[in-house]
Design a protein around this ligand. Structure first.
Ligand code: BGC
Length: 755
């Protein structure tokens, strides 16, 4: 009997118990596997895009292609939307139903598993509830909101018979230049791990072995180290030492495994010259063996071909197939042809890929299909999802946006604005649903968003609703070029905006970026565009208070003008209700409570994370040399103001000294000392003061979000165990070293000793 870790949930908390059990699906999987031919097994390992089956003029499925893909090649999975655009949930259901019916014509009658990128709500389903993107969800520091967002997404995906989601992105957002920065939970491994757990549970429900009809299989991506390319550009080489990989990049993925996530997607890039898709060490030794991941590893888009055609580590397409399958890949996102199938069958026959590897892959795939109950219910009935797009779901998205938006600066308490004043709204992001949502919205690059978002409010519309159209003037000043590259802009009346600014009480200036993801989002200059800087500078010169709203996926450099702004509000990519939430914050109906989940750089060449080493902050040393270093972010990780004030008192440790197997309990009292109620994310940082590897200055090791009425106090308690005290040493071992530790919460500090 196999001894595995059995996951047990007690009141929503996951425990790992080492109990000898069979998965309830194992015997069925084995029975199927016994009957399958090599061709059928290889088919299960193949995933192709729906575009190859669809006539893009009529949107009808092409029978000849269905026959080829499903009957001849016996493929096990299809992905993506057709024609790169969103469709109704009914259209999705019809499509998936037809495909699943077709699988009934195959000998084994194994259902397909359909996968999509529903990364902030069901991207490709019209009228689905789109949420803030992950970077904004992280800014809420609210686990419940992340959990709820994923739960809503799962329900709405199922309304269109979509059972598999290529989400969450668990890459660490450590480099502002990287075009997928906003798809991450930001730069902190602890925060990303906590959110990974919540998002996985929200998608999959509480029993990963039985995912019910309101939940879906999740996919942790892109394993591992995808977010740290040296150049900052997508899918370019990364150089990462193993202890760094394990210390910062691995924890969120480990959290997903421990939560029972169904699948993983591999990183498209190279680490230390090795394409991750070809790394047996990362995929098999680390992920499957060491972390004990029992699910499916899928490649990223076309990444087998990339080993030959891009990275040149394989000498032919066939050689590339051999490499990835032997490295531990279970399913190939091929996605346009069936060469993978032919090549893999040959490789097995030639003995270049062992049958045991094929069986392992297919076992994992069949198990996932069983966990999703696809054999009994290969598609869902749209009518059983009455809450799709409901007010309740919309409220969940709004709540997330309202708790994400981060007030970074509020000079002389200029915010909240009073409603009886005149406002000029400017900037290329002021009247755009597209920029509120970001990439992966209704289409890959989100360029089709406007067709689907008539019913939601842009920032301009939300402000007009709030204070009346007669009090709001609008001049974009700068606009994005329709149909152009994401960075193409044109001047559309900067002088006009400046003139109109003279006649109002406040200017709300909405700047940032147009939408992008992946390679099309690569960046040449982190600075905000010249047009936008000019607009901001000239508006500031009018002397009117300018409220700067940043609607951007990554922190563009704004230091040339930000000091002239009266207030700075970071909206991130807050989704379809972001305009409403922002207006509520600007006019005081909502008290902001977001905290920035990354370091906002002041300069393009100072991209340093908050958890840096001491050498990033050297003070002038004795003698003639000046070793001072200029760590000076514009806003630090965790910054975020409120319309009320919070006082931290009574930081208490349960013990002055602990041993490795003892826990340290930390408590702190937080009081709302202002006049309005407010939410506060209480962040606990820990510093290992001396260590055998230069320690980080501080690391987040706990957070909790609380709500306080004026005058109210609450005591928040955190538990620090060996896990929180540990780091990965130069031998790649996770250890806790004896010595002194410092706990920091708010402006309070306390020290204890690890014996
Ligand atoms: C992206 C993945 C995505 C996949 C399928 C790739 O290009 O890197 O994040 O899941 O496409 O759409």
């Amino acid at each position: 009997m196999m001894k595995v870790f059995n996951k047990i949930y007690v009141s929503g908390v996951l425990f790992l118990a080492s109990l000898p059990v069979f998965s309830q699906h194992d015997s069925k999987v084995e029975a199927l596997l016994q009957k399958m031919t090599l061709e059928e097994k290889v088919g299960q390992m193949s995933q192709v895009t729906i575009d190859i089956f669809t006539d893009l003029k009529t949107y009808e499925l092409k029978d000849s292609m269905l026959r080829k893909g499903i009957l001849d090649y016996k493929i096990g999975s299809i992905l993506n939307t057709w024609d790169n655009v969103a469709h109704s949930k009914e259209a999705w259901s019809i499509l998936v139903r037809k495909l699943q019916m077709y699988t009934q014509k195959t000998r084994m009658k194994i259902p397909l598993v359909y996968g999509v990128d529903a990364i902030h709500g069901v991207t490709y389903t019209d009228k689905a509830t789109l949420f803030p993107q992950e970077i904004a969800m992280a800014a809420t520091f609210n686990r419940d909101l992340v959990h709820r967002g994923a739960e809503v997404c799962a329900y709405e995906a199922r309304a269109g018979s979509l059972p598999w989601n290529f989400s969450p992105v668990l890459d660490l957002g450590i480099d502002a230049r990287w075009p997928r920065f906003w798809e991450t939970f930001g730069e902190d491994p602890y925060l990303a791990s906590a959110m990974a757990t919540e998002m996985t549970k929200g998608y999959q429900g509480n029993d990963p072995n039985n995912i019910d009809k309101y939940h879906i299989a999740a996919c942790a991506k892109h394993f591992l180290g995808y977010s740290a390319p040296v150049s900052g550009k997508d899918r370019t080489p990364a150089i990462i030492s193993e202890n760094v990989l394990r210390e910062y990049h691995l924890p969120a993925f480990r959290a997903a495994v421990n939560t029972g996530i169904s699948s993983f997607m591999a990183n498209s890039g190279l680490i230390n010259g090795i394409p991750v898709h070809a790394s047996h060490y990362l995929l098999t030794d680390l992920l499957k063996t060491e972390l004990g991941f029992k699910g499916v590893i899928v490649t990223d888009w076309m990444d087998i071909e990339n080993l030959y055609k891009r990275d040149r580590v394989a000498t032919s397409s066939k050689d590339a197939v051999r490499m990835v399958v032997n490295a531990g890949i279970d399913m190939a996102m091929i996605p346009y042809n069936f060469e993978f199938c032919k090549n893999l069958i040959e490789l097995v026959k030639e003995g270049a890929v062992p049958m045991s590897r094929i069986d392992d892959a297919v076992r994992r795939i069949l198990k996932m299909k069983m966990e999703l109950n696809l054999f009994d219910h290969p598609y869902d009935n749209t009518k059983e999802y009455p809450l799709f797009g409901s007010k309740d779901f919309e409220k969940a998205s709004y709540n997330a946006a309202a708790e994400a938006i981060t007030l970074l600066k509020n000079t002389h308490n200029v915010l909240p604005l009073s409603r009886d004043k005149k406002v000029l709204v400017c900037g290329p992001n002021a009247n755009s649903m597209r920029t509120l949502n970001g990439g992966w919205s209704y289409s890959w690059q989100a360029e089709k968003t406007a067709k689907f978002t008539e019913q939601y409010n842009t920032i301009l519309e939300a402000i007009q609703n709030k204070i009346g159209k007669q009090n709001v003037n609008y001049v974009p000043g700068v606009s994005y070029v329709e149909g152009g590259k994401y960075w193409e802009e044109k001047e559309t009346g900067i002088a006009d905006a400046v003139e109109k600014a003279q006649k109002v009480d406040y200017v709300v200036l909405c700047v940032g970026e147009n939408t992008y993801t992946e390679k099309p989002g690569d960046l040449q200059d982190l600075s905000l565009s010249e047009f936008q800087i000019r607009l901001a500078t000239e508006l500031a010169a009018t002397g009117k208070p300018v409220i700067l709203v940043l609607n951007e996926g990554r922190p563009r450099i704004i230091s040339k003008f930000e000091n002239k702004m009266a207030a700075t509000v970071l909206a991130y990519l807050p989704g379809n209700f972001g305009g409403d939430a922002l207006a509520d914050i600007l006019f005081g109906d909502v008290n902001p409570s977001g905290k920035i989940p990354y370091t906002y750089p002041r300069y393009s060449h100072s991209l340093v994370n908050y958890w840096h080493k001491y050498s990033e902050e050297q003070v002038k040393a004795e003698g003639m040399y000046n070793y001072e270093s200029d760590y000076s972010p514009l806003y630090e990780f965790g910054s975020g103001l409120s319309y009320t004030t919070f006082k931290y008192t009574d930081l208490k440790l349960s013990k002055n000294e602990i041993s490795e197997d003892e826990n340290q309990q930390v408590s702190v009292t937080v009081t709302n000392t202002g006049n309005v109620s407010g939410k506060e994310s209480v962040l606990l940082y820990l510093s290992d003061l001396y260590a055998s590897l230069a320690p980080d200055m501080k690391r987040l090791k706990g957070f909790d979000k609380i709500n306080l009425q004026p005058g109210e106090s609450k005591t928040v308690t955190f538990i620090l165990s060996k896990k929180e005290l540990s780091f990965v040493n130069i031998d790649n071992k996770t250890i806790a070293e004896p010595g002194e530790f410092e706990v920091k919460v708010g402006d309070l500090k306390a020290r204890f000793l690890l014996k």
